[in-house]
Design a binder for this molecule. Structure first.
Ligand SMILES: [Zn+2]
Length: 275
Protein backbone atom coordinates (compact mmCIF):
# COMPACT_ATOMS: atom_id res chain seq x y z
CA UNK A 1 0.00 0.00 0.00
CA UNK A 2 1.29 3.44 -0.91
CA UNK A 3 2.17 5.71 1.98
CA UNK A 4 -0.40 8.32 0.95
CA UNK A 5 -3.32 5.85 0.87
CA UNK A 6 -2.17 4.28 4.15
CA UNK A 7 -2.21 7.70 5.79
CA UNK A 8 -5.66 8.28 4.35
CA UNK A 9 -6.91 5.03 5.94
CA UNK A 10 -5.35 5.94 9.28
CA UNK A 11 -6.96 9.36 9.16
CA UNK A 12 -10.32 7.81 8.30
CA UNK A 13 -10.03 5.37 11.23
CA UNK A 14 -9.20 8.20 13.58
CA UNK A 15 -12.16 10.26 12.39
CA UNK A 16 -14.52 7.28 12.83
CA UNK A 17 -13.19 6.67 16.33
CA UNK A 18 -13.72 10.31 17.25
CA UNK A 19 -17.21 10.27 15.72
CA UNK A 20 -18.25 7.21 17.73
CA UNK A 21 -16.78 8.50 20.99
CA UNK A 22 -14.10 5.79 21.20
CA UNK A 23 -10.72 6.52 22.64
CA UNK A 24 -7.95 4.28 23.86
CA UNK A 25 -8.72 5.16 27.48
CA UNK A 26 -12.49 5.07 27.45
CA UNK A 27 -14.70 2.37 25.93
CA UNK A 28 -17.60 3.25 23.69
CA UNK A 29 -20.74 4.39 25.51
CA UNK A 30 -23.39 1.66 25.24
CA UNK A 31 -26.86 2.48 23.91
CA UNK A 32 -29.83 1.04 25.79
CA UNK A 33 -33.49 1.24 24.80
CA UNK A 34 -35.93 1.14 27.71
CA UNK A 35 -39.45 0.12 26.65
CA UNK A 36 -42.27 0.77 29.10
CA UNK A 37 -46.02 1.30 29.22
CA UNK A 38 -49.23 -0.57 29.86
CA UNK A 39 -51.05 -1.58 32.95
CA UNK A 40 -50.70 -0.88 36.62
CA UNK A 41 -47.42 1.01 37.14
CA UNK A 42 -46.14 4.57 37.41
CA UNK A 43 -44.06 4.44 34.22
CA UNK A 44 -43.89 8.23 33.70
CA UNK A 45 -41.87 8.42 36.93
CA UNK A 46 -40.13 5.04 36.85
CA UNK A 47 -38.69 5.40 33.36
CA UNK A 48 -36.91 8.61 34.36
CA UNK A 49 -35.70 7.11 37.65
CA UNK A 50 -34.24 4.16 35.75
CA UNK A 51 -32.66 6.32 33.07
CA UNK A 52 -30.97 8.61 35.61
CA UNK A 53 -30.04 5.69 37.87
CA UNK A 54 -28.34 3.69 35.11
CA UNK A 55 -26.65 6.64 33.39
CA UNK A 56 -25.20 7.85 36.70
CA UNK A 57 -23.66 4.42 37.33
CA UNK A 58 -22.40 3.20 33.96
CA UNK A 59 -21.21 4.20 30.50
CA UNK A 60 -24.67 3.72 29.08
CA UNK A 61 -27.13 6.14 27.52
CA UNK A 62 -30.73 5.10 28.04
CA UNK A 63 -33.37 6.13 25.52
CA UNK A 64 -36.91 5.60 26.76
CA UNK A 65 -40.09 4.75 24.86
CA UNK A 66 -43.41 4.75 26.69
CA UNK A 67 -46.37 3.55 24.60
CA UNK A 68 -49.61 1.64 25.01
CA UNK A 69 -51.46 3.78 27.53
CA UNK A 70 -52.54 1.87 30.63
CA UNK A 71 -54.02 -1.19 28.91
CA UNK A 72 -52.55 -4.66 29.34
CA UNK A 73 -53.69 -5.50 25.79
CA UNK A 74 -51.78 -2.88 23.80
CA UNK A 75 -49.67 -3.90 20.84
CA UNK A 76 -47.41 -0.90 20.82
CA UNK A 77 -46.42 0.95 17.62
CA UNK A 78 -42.71 0.53 18.44
CA UNK A 79 -42.86 -3.17 17.58
CA UNK A 80 -44.65 -2.52 14.26
CA UNK A 81 -41.23 -1.88 12.78
CA UNK A 82 -39.28 -5.14 12.34
CA UNK A 83 -36.09 -3.10 12.88
CA UNK A 84 -37.36 -1.71 16.19
CA UNK A 85 -34.17 -2.56 18.08
CA UNK A 86 -31.66 -1.58 15.38
CA UNK A 87 -28.68 0.38 16.68
CA UNK A 88 -29.06 -0.56 20.36
CA UNK A 89 -26.64 -2.62 22.42
CA UNK A 90 -29.33 -3.81 24.84
CA UNK A 91 -33.09 -3.54 25.34
CA UNK A 92 -34.58 -3.10 28.81
CA UNK A 93 -38.14 -4.45 28.73
CA UNK A 94 -40.22 -2.71 31.41
CA UNK A 95 -43.61 -3.06 29.75
CA UNK A 96 -46.81 -4.55 31.19
CA UNK A 97 -48.86 -6.22 28.45
CA UNK A 98 -49.95 -9.46 30.10
CA UNK A 99 -53.02 -9.93 27.89
CA UNK A 100 -51.20 -9.78 24.54
CA UNK A 101 -51.39 -13.36 23.30
CA UNK A 102 -50.50 -13.11 19.59
CA UNK A 103 -47.54 -15.44 19.09
CA UNK A 104 -46.55 -13.80 15.79
CA UNK A 105 -46.36 -10.46 17.58
CA UNK A 106 -44.30 -11.94 20.40
CA UNK A 107 -41.96 -13.56 17.86
CA UNK A 108 -41.41 -10.14 16.31
CA UNK A 109 -40.40 -8.74 19.71
CA UNK A 110 -38.09 -11.69 20.27
CA UNK A 111 -36.46 -11.68 16.82
CA UNK A 112 -33.58 -9.29 17.68
CA UNK A 113 -32.94 -11.17 20.93
CA UNK A 114 -32.87 -14.47 19.03
CA UNK A 115 -30.27 -12.86 16.80
CA UNK A 116 -28.08 -12.00 19.80
CA UNK A 117 -29.30 -8.68 21.21
CA UNK A 118 -28.93 -8.73 25.03
CA UNK A 119 -32.16 -8.40 26.99
CA UNK A 120 -33.08 -7.09 30.44
CA UNK A 121 -36.53 -7.60 31.92
CA UNK A 122 -37.92 -5.70 34.88
CA UNK A 123 -40.97 -6.57 36.98
CA UNK A 124 -44.10 -6.66 34.76
CA UNK A 125 -42.03 -7.55 31.68
CA UNK A 126 -41.89 -10.96 33.39
CA UNK A 127 -45.72 -11.10 33.34
CA UNK A 128 -46.09 -9.63 29.85
CA UNK A 129 -47.23 -11.93 27.01
CA UNK A 130 -48.04 -14.70 29.49
CA UNK A 131 -51.54 -15.22 28.06
CA UNK A 132 -50.03 -16.58 24.83
CA UNK A 133 -50.02 -20.33 24.15
CA UNK A 134 -46.67 -22.05 24.54
CA UNK A 135 -43.57 -20.65 26.19
CA UNK A 136 -42.21 -18.21 23.60
CA UNK A 137 -41.62 -15.32 25.99
CA UNK A 138 -40.84 -17.55 28.94
CA UNK A 139 -38.05 -19.39 27.09
CA UNK A 140 -36.47 -16.01 26.54
CA UNK A 141 -36.91 -15.05 30.21
CA UNK A 142 -35.89 -18.47 31.55
CA UNK A 143 -38.89 -18.57 33.88
CA UNK A 144 -42.68 -18.67 33.81
CA UNK A 145 -44.65 -16.67 36.38
CA UNK A 146 -48.43 -16.23 36.31
CA UNK A 147 -49.46 -14.29 39.41
CA UNK A 148 -48.27 -12.35 42.43
CA UNK A 149 -49.23 -12.03 46.06
CA UNK A 150 -50.39 -9.02 48.06
CA UNK A 151 -48.21 -5.94 48.31
CA UNK A 152 -46.22 -6.56 51.48
CA UNK A 153 -42.46 -6.49 52.16
CA UNK A 154 -40.24 -9.11 50.50
CA UNK A 155 -37.19 -10.52 52.23
CA UNK A 156 -34.58 -10.96 49.48
CA UNK A 157 -31.58 -13.23 49.96
CA UNK A 158 -28.65 -14.09 47.71
CA UNK A 159 -28.33 -17.66 46.46
CA UNK A 160 -25.43 -17.23 44.00
CA UNK A 161 -22.87 -14.94 45.69
CA UNK A 162 -20.16 -15.80 43.14
CA UNK A 163 -22.06 -14.62 40.08
CA UNK A 164 -20.39 -11.45 38.69
CA UNK A 165 -23.62 -9.44 39.01
CA UNK A 166 -23.78 -10.24 42.73
CA UNK A 167 -20.05 -10.33 43.54
CA UNK A 168 -19.55 -6.59 43.17
CA UNK A 169 -23.00 -5.63 44.42
CA UNK A 170 -22.94 -3.76 47.71
CA UNK A 171 -25.70 -5.81 49.38
CA UNK A 172 -26.70 -9.45 49.90
CA UNK A 173 -30.01 -9.25 51.80
CA UNK A 174 -32.78 -6.68 51.66
CA UNK A 175 -36.13 -6.42 53.37
CA UNK A 176 -37.97 -4.24 50.89
CA UNK A 177 -40.97 -2.04 51.50
CA UNK A 178 -44.31 -3.21 50.12
CA UNK A 179 -43.73 -5.14 46.90
CA UNK A 180 -45.24 -7.80 44.67
CA UNK A 181 -43.67 -11.26 44.76
CA UNK A 182 -44.11 -13.03 41.40
CA UNK A 183 -44.67 -16.76 41.71
CA UNK A 184 -42.61 -19.39 39.86
CA UNK A 185 -44.57 -21.84 37.74
CA UNK A 186 -41.37 -23.08 36.11
CA UNK A 187 -37.69 -22.19 36.10
CA UNK A 188 -36.14 -23.31 32.81
CA UNK A 189 -32.87 -25.31 32.82
CA UNK A 190 -31.15 -22.49 30.90
CA UNK A 191 -31.68 -20.08 33.84
CA UNK A 192 -29.45 -19.43 36.85
CA UNK A 193 -31.17 -17.99 39.92
CA UNK A 194 -29.18 -15.26 41.72
CA UNK A 195 -31.61 -14.08 44.42
CA UNK A 196 -34.78 -15.43 46.00
CA UNK A 197 -37.55 -13.52 47.74
CA UNK A 198 -39.74 -14.63 50.64
CA UNK A 199 -43.13 -13.17 51.46
CA UNK A 200 -45.23 -15.00 54.04
CA UNK A 201 -45.31 -18.68 53.05
CA UNK A 202 -44.07 -18.03 49.52
CA UNK A 203 -40.42 -18.28 48.48
CA UNK A 204 -39.60 -17.57 44.81
CA UNK A 205 -36.72 -16.84 42.47
CA UNK A 206 -36.72 -13.06 42.14
CA UNK A 207 -33.52 -12.31 40.17
CA UNK A 208 -31.99 -14.59 37.55
CA UNK A 209 -30.02 -14.76 34.33
CA UNK A 210 -30.78 -16.85 31.27
CA UNK A 211 -29.03 -18.16 28.17
CA UNK A 212 -31.39 -17.65 25.25
CA UNK A 213 -29.41 -19.44 22.57
CA UNK A 214 -26.19 -17.45 22.77
CA UNK A 215 -27.96 -14.31 24.05
CA UNK A 216 -27.49 -13.07 27.60
CA UNK A 217 -30.72 -12.19 29.41
CA UNK A 218 -31.03 -10.67 32.89
CA UNK A 219 -34.34 -10.43 34.75
CA UNK A 220 -35.74 -9.37 38.07
CA UNK A 221 -39.40 -9.55 38.98
CA UNK A 222 -38.84 -6.88 41.63
CA UNK A 223 -39.91 -3.30 40.96
CA UNK A 224 -43.63 -2.54 41.36
CA UNK A 225 -43.51 0.58 43.52
CA UNK A 226 -41.58 3.79 42.93
CA UNK A 227 -39.95 3.41 46.37
CA UNK A 228 -38.34 0.13 45.26
CA UNK A 229 -37.36 1.34 41.79
CA UNK A 230 -35.77 4.49 43.30
CA UNK A 231 -33.80 2.53 45.89
CA UNK A 232 -30.02 2.58 45.40
CA UNK A 233 -29.95 -1.20 45.91
CA UNK A 234 -32.38 -1.73 43.03
CA UNK A 235 -30.60 0.66 40.68
CA UNK A 236 -27.21 -0.93 41.49
CA UNK A 237 -28.63 -4.40 40.75
CA UNK A 238 -30.30 -3.38 37.49
CA UNK A 239 -27.23 -1.49 36.25
CA UNK A 240 -25.00 -4.49 36.89
CA UNK A 241 -27.56 -6.72 35.16
CA UNK A 242 -27.60 -4.47 32.09
CA UNK A 243 -23.79 -4.48 31.86
CA UNK A 244 -23.60 -8.23 32.40
CA UNK A 245 -26.14 -8.81 29.62
CA UNK A 246 -23.88 -6.76 27.33
CA UNK A 247 -20.81 -8.71 28.55
CA UNK A 248 -19.40 -5.37 29.71
CA UNK A 249 -19.56 -5.71 33.49
CA UNK A 250 -16.13 -4.24 34.26
CA UNK A 251 -14.58 -1.23 35.94
CA UNK A 252 -14.24 0.65 32.64
CA UNK A 253 -18.00 0.57 32.13
CA UNK A 254 -18.99 1.02 35.77
CA UNK A 255 -18.56 4.76 35.74
CA UNK A 256 -20.94 7.51 34.85
CA UNK A 257 -20.72 9.29 31.54
CA UNK A 258 -19.24 12.75 32.20
CA UNK A 259 -22.14 15.18 32.23
CA UNK A 260 -22.39 17.46 29.23
CA UNK A 261 -21.14 20.91 30.22
CA UNK A 262 -23.96 23.44 30.40
CA UNK A 263 -24.31 25.63 27.34
CA UNK A 264 -22.76 29.03 27.69
CA UNK A 265 -25.26 31.79 27.83
CA UNK A 266 -25.38 33.73 24.61
CA UNK A 267 -27.05 36.71 26.23
CA UNK A 268 -24.88 39.80 26.38
CA UNK A 269 -22.89 40.28 29.54
CA UNK A 270 -24.38 42.93 31.75
CA UNK A 271 -21.64 45.31 32.80
CA UNK A 272 -21.19 45.57 36.51
CA UNK A 273 -22.55 48.75 37.96
CA UNK A 274 -19.80 51.01 39.25
CA UNK A 275 -19.78 51.29 42.98
ZN1 LIG B 1 -46.61 -4.65 39.56
Amino acid sequence: MKMSSRLAWLALGWMMAVASGVSAAEPRVLRALLVCGGCCHDYPVQKDVLKRGIESRARITVETVQQGGTSKESRIPLYDNPDWAKGYDVVIHDECFGAVADTQWISRILAPHRAGLPGVNLHCAVHSYRAAPGDLWQEYLGLRSMKHGKATPIRIRTVDPQHPIIRGLGWRDWLTGDEELYNNVMVFPTATVLQRGAQGEDDCAITWVNRYGSTRVFSTSLGHFNETVSDERYLDLVTRGVLWACDRLDSKHLKAIPPTPPLRSTSPVTPQAKP
